[in-house]
Design a protein around this ligand. Sequence first.
Ligand SMILES: Nc1ncnc2c1ncn2[C@@H]1O[C@H](COP(=O)(O)OP(=O)(O)OP(=O)(O)O)[C@@H](O)[C@H]1O
Length: 229
Amino acid sequence: MNGQGDDLPIIAIKGVSKRYPNDVVALENISFSLEKGEFCFLTGPSGSGKSTLLRLLYCAERPTSGDIFIDGVNVKTIKQTYIPILRRRIGVVFQDFKLLQDRTVFENVALALEVIGFNRDQIALRVNKVLENLGLGGKGKRYPQELSGGEQQRVAIARAIVNRPPIILADEPTGNLDPQRTMEVLDIMDELNARGTTILFATHDERLFEGTMRRVVRLQDGRLEVEYS
Ligand SMILES: Nc1ncnc2c1ncn2[C@@H]1O[C@H](COP(=O)(O)OP(=O)(O)OP(=O)(O)O)[C@@H](O)[C@H]1O
């Protein structure tokens, strides 16, 4: 994207602080980087700033100070019109799925491709393939409320990955799921990562990464407390 070679971190966060208008300092002087293909957990208690950091990364908010580089591009200085283009490189998955209730599973996933100009045949091919891969073949005509929580989260993951973004940001994606569905989501993320996708997975639940060899970045009151891998 920036033509500066492959050795650049795919995400670089440099001295980032975020202060909300109510004077809450959600993040204070955060710095860390993710290399291409890394799988990193972002943890910390409720209110420690995890969601804020993810929101800054997908440009839903801007940092108060500091810089964020996605593929070498400083998101603080990009024009508003460039944000949708940057967002195509980032798939986002939320705790509450955020599916459109009046659209079918197929339509929810297809939307991500419609907005970037895929034609109907390409959309059908891609959407059906991703639904199949995530164990949702045959559910395309259902509406979200007709599915279990685990299935809805897999639809949300399908929507996030259908345009094959190099980065996935997941904000407590297993927060509403039972242990078995949680494991399914972790397995899907592992598989995406094995295929080269960079993943930043926010969770307060330490059990998700206990005993794994994954890198963990921990926030506490908006500060980066410990970082280990
Ligand atoms: N839009 C906002 N306006 C004002 N304050 C906010 C806003 N969003 C978050 N905050 C505050 O910023 C701090 C960090 O919140 P954030 O949601 O990033 O934490 P979190 O670690 O994701 O928590 P949780 O796990 O509960 O979602 C909290 O004190 C929160 O109340």
